[in-house]
Design a protein around this ligand. Structure first.
Ligand code: AMP
Length: 192
């Protein structure tokens, strides 16, 4: 599998853009946030533990995140063309573990696309989403915490991929189709 990583602050549009990428390039969307919410909705003990982190805007510990992710990857159909990692990796350790897993499986991550959106716009979008998302973490206090976590723990992931020449930053402002166009210019070189 040749995979890509969509990265950027919460609310930068990763989920929206993933839907378009799935349709055009036949990739499979893998959102660790969705996997966490599914586990929470199942009412399991693990779900309760996860909620104690997500509800506060904190990251779920790496060992929990990685085991959920690995289990999901193993359950994918053998003919899966490639994955869009959305919301993963979010720490340097997750990135190192992901690269290790890819190597073990004979897969690769081709590029990390960083969707760049200014912070005031991020807060505006997430507050707007919170009116209808039903998500416990789309409120001002938690949004601010998620942004701190993003800057402190997730930004180093960008540097890690930049060092491997697998980093590209795109402008995340504009219409959804303008942003998708920028992503396509990157992906067309990978999925010829
Ligand atoms: P998202 O839907 O990607 O915004 O994720 C929602 C929440 O799930 C995050 O704020 C974290 O609490 C948790 N989460 C999602 N992905 C990860 C990850 N890769 N590592 C740790 N926590 C995560």
């Amino acid at each position: 599998m040749i995979n890509i990583i969509l990265c950027g602050a919460p609310g930068c549009g990763k989920g929206t853009q993933s839907d378009f990428i799935v349709e055009k390039y036949g990739l499979t969307h893998l959102s660790t946030g969705d996997l966490m919410r599914k586990e929470i909705a199942s009412g399991s003990e693990l779900g309760k533990t996860i909620l104690s982190y997500t509800g506060q805007g904190h990251l779920v510990p790496d060992d929990v995140t990685l085991s959920i992710l690995e289990k999901h990857i193993e359950s994918l159909p053998a003919d899966t063309k490639g994955l869009i990692f959305d919301g993963f990796p979010r720490t340097l350790n997750q990135a190192v573990q992901l690269e290790r897993l890819m190597k073990k499986r004979g897969d690769k991550t081709a590029i990390l696309i960083d969707i760049n959106v200014p912070e005031d716009e991020i807060i505006r979008r997430l507050l707007e989403r919170g009116k209808t998302s039903g998500r416990a973490d789309d409120n001002l206090e938690t949004i601010k915490e998620r942004l701190v976590v993003y800057h402190d723990q997730t930004r180093p992931v960008d540097d890690y991929y930049e060092l491997m020449d697998k980093y590209v930053r795109i402008q995340g402002l504009g219409t959804i189709s303008e942003i998708f166009g920028r992503i396509c210019r990157v992906l067309d070189k990978i999925y010829k």
